[in-house]
Design a protein around this ligand. Sequence first.
Ligand code: AMP
Ligand code: MG
Length: 393
Amino acid sequence: MARLLSIDEARASVLETVVPLDGERVAVQDALRRVLAEDVAAANDVPPFDNSAMDGFALTAGPPNRTLRIVGESRAGAPATAAPSDDEAIRVSTGAVVPDGTEAVVPVEQTSADGDGTITIDAEVRPAQHIRRAGEDMKRGERVLRSGTVLGPAELGVAVVAGRAHLDVGRRPRVALLITGDELRDPGEPLGPGEIHESNGITLGALVAQAGGDVVHKGRVGDSREATEQAIATALQEADVLILSGGVSVGPHDHVKPALEANGVEERFWRVALRPGKPTWFGRNEDTLVFGLPGNPVSAMVTFLLFVRPALQRLQGGDATTRRIRATLTEPVPRIPNRDEAVRVKLDNGTATPTGPQGSHQLTSMLAADGLAIVTAGDGTADEGTKVDVELI
Ligand code: AMP
Ligand code: MG
């Protein structure tokens, strides 16, 4: 048997096959979790004008115990225009314009109102204190967001502050899900002998959505060669990415691989030196990427996270490098000869603790998992204290 690809080799094979999709323009409020397809520069200085960091008074710098005449007010949205002279103060609110030439702001807490239109300043006033300068956050023309960034709440706010109402983002990949298996029943349905609930459709659909994809087609097919072939032909028409679940192994009822080949999908790899997830299949048909994921629920999730998610990110123009950290195992993990194991772990302060029993059918092992600790192939055991790479999920 041919040497199996490593996790990294398989992922590299996926990524070199991906051609990013075109961009589209969306309103900022619709851009959460989308991938930015342009650099964003500030349209103007931000803040656009010198303003007060405090509720208080604009005035000249100087010693304590000065009594000043209140000659006006600058409120948010209603600026004063002339700077105060030595014996004057202008009432200012936080964020309100301080007129050109203003030397400082004193917080209201450091003043006493005299009741006759004057105030006494209790503290020394240093030059420039409590004034926020124009352009301190962004300079006009300065790039504040980079193409390829995944837009979160802070990025959306920065885009608006930079003057934008719309953004160019990568198009969401259209994803078809095809779930195979005679034994599968819909959620909530009573189970007959030998039947189980179909959960991969839900988890994979949710993972796709989280990764920015759009599930445009969801199909179910039994373990029949013709039906599988037909279902693949239909699913391929609509999708940038086709994800199959189950039927990709070597059993007599596993029809996915020959059915993909019959549809002209060109195989890039089949099988990875990985547990769980060895039977993973990947190929391409014209512009559609095709992933055959194993049916075991943990295998389906792990292989999605390791191979499909980076592809969805790259399709949107994003950075597909997975986030890896080093961590120390808190308990021994037996190594598997010839295959790396993706152990579901909880992370805490540099340590990685397996979430419990790690069977590929034990979906509860994914609960509360922060990452996949890659325990490399070999003999014996990765002892407590072993440093491992952890892919964050
Ligand atoms: P397969 O990859 O089709 O050989 O399936 C491997 C194991 O995963 C079997 O125990 C299947 O019953 C189970 N399985 C397959 N597909 C699903 C699914 N969609 N939801 C839950 N379990 C599944
Ligand atoms: Mg099956």
